[in-house]
Design a protein around this ligand. Structure first.
Ligand code: FCB
Length: 405
């Protein structure tokens, strides 16, 4: 039996576009239509059913919930802000507070307003000022109800999919653009961080706790060849830590948000920049169980990743961790084993203060559509009926007692 601290944050995460439905002013909505892709449509209809969903989270003993604000609802046209949508998010956050669930709010979770993308999106240097204007509007009203903020979800995943692989909007495949986007995101985060702290001070609200949610992977060399070890080391530095270093150097981090899912088995075909960055083992060496998207299940990697963060002496919150699978026993095994590894890291001195499972409910998994089931709660998309999975009940026991068998 292992035991987590009394004040540990327990709960689940969602993002607006993936659960709300009808985000018609978002660039992703536009992209789905233009590219003739599976439409997010009504998603999980969380925009309407959030009270019911939070009742379920409460019944599962969650004390924290991570959600995101859809910028395109708040600012559907350049410079035009919607009081009505702002009110919606205030209601959402207050309904968490009423249930004694701590909200953690993400300001940017992959999607942008369509008008913003048309004017160059994150490639454009002016995107930073536009993002700050949106943050200012939101923080002034929500500040007094929210302590934990994530400015940007998974900057590296966003850059990689949208600007290097080109499989997400705006489908760019350009290292130059990717670099510009990274610089702009570093600047957007840093300036938002400072602005938010300033507003809290001005309004005499106790200091907020702000971070990004950084996707981290376990980069494991397939064989102990120098080139595989070197590539794994480089990827850890660049992909897991690069963005964080930049914002830590600017003193713009209150805690570290970690999204952890999987392992990458690193095996280089030959020396080369692209090989160093991308090559993975294709021969099924060191097989492990996989999720329904083919991602390796590798819980010990979470402990390894956490130990690498120890030296920064900042509190760490697991802001996402979860599995898409039709096998609910495997879902519980996944959550359980990752919690065990978090605890192991904590025993070795890493200060982890919370764990948020991805996701509270089944939802729209970006370019993969509705197929993958990441939810603690099942959604029947023909009726939108919610059904709590057995794994959620087991996790809920842990949330209540802080203990794990
Ligand atoms: C993360 C994203 C989240 C969800 C999970 C499965 O990379 O932040 O929105 O799609 O993966």
């Amino acid at each position: 039996m292992i035991k987590f601290p009394q004040d540990f944050l327990w709960g689940a995460a969602t993002s607006a576009y993936q659960v709300e439905g009808d985000n018609v002013n978002s660039d992703w909505w536009q992209w789905e239509k233009d590219a003739g892709r599976e439409n997010s449509g009504r998603a999980s209809r969380h925009y309407e059913f959030y009270e019911q969903d939070f009742d379920l989270a409460k019944s599962l003993n969650h004390n924290t919930h991570r959600l995101s604000i859809e910028w395109s609802r708040i600012e559907p046209e350049d410079g035009k802000f919607s009081q009505e949508e702002l009110k919606h998010y205030i209601d959402v956050i207050l309904s968490l507070r009423m249930r004694n669930i701590e909200p953690m709010v993400t300001l940017h979770h992959f999607t942008n307003p369509a008008w913003f993308s048309k004017s160059g999106g994150r490639e454009n240097r002016r995107s930073v000022a536009k993002f700050l204007r949106y943050c200012d509007f939101v923080i002034r009203s929500l500040g007094k109800h929210v302590h934990y903020w994530i400015t940007i979800n998974e900057p590296m995943v966003y850059i990689y999919h949208a600007y290097i692989l080109g499989v997400w909007p705006p489908e760019a495949k350009s290292l130059l653009k990717a670099k510009a986007v990274e610089d702009n995101l570093v600047s957007a985060h840093t300036r938002a961080f400072r602005l938010m702290h300033k507003i809290y001070k001005e309004l005499s609200i106790p200091k907020p706790s702000i971070s990004v949610a950084q996707n981290m992977q376990a980069f494991v060399p397939c064989t102990q060849d120098f080139k595989n070890r070197f590539a794994a080391y480089l990827r850890g530095k660049w992909y897991n830590l690069g963005f964080l270093y930049k914002i830590m150097r600017r003193k713009a981090v209150d805690f570290i948000g970690v999204n952890y899912y999987s392992r990458q088995l690193v095996e280089l075909e030959k020396w080369g920049i692209r090989n160093l960055a991308m090559d993975v083992c294709k021969n099924n060496h060191h097989p492990v169980k996989k999720n329904s998207l083919g991602w390796d299940i590798y819980p010990e990697g979470l402990c390894e990743v956490l130990l690498k963060l120890k030296k920064y002496e900042l509190p760490i919150i697991i802001t996402e961790n979860g599995i898409s699978t039709p096998d609910d026993n495997l879902r519980w095994e996944y959550i359980h084993d990752h919690l065990e590894n978090i605890h192991l890291a904590m025993e070795k001195g890493v200060k982890v203060t919370g764990y948020l499972c991805w996701s509270l409910m089944d939802n729209f998994e970006w370019d993969k559509g509705f197929g993958p089931r990441f939810g603690l709660i099942d959604i029947d998309y023909s009726t939108y009926k919610r059904t709590v999975r057995e794994s959620a009940v087991k996790f809920g026991r842990g949330c209540k007692t802080g203990e794990l068998e």
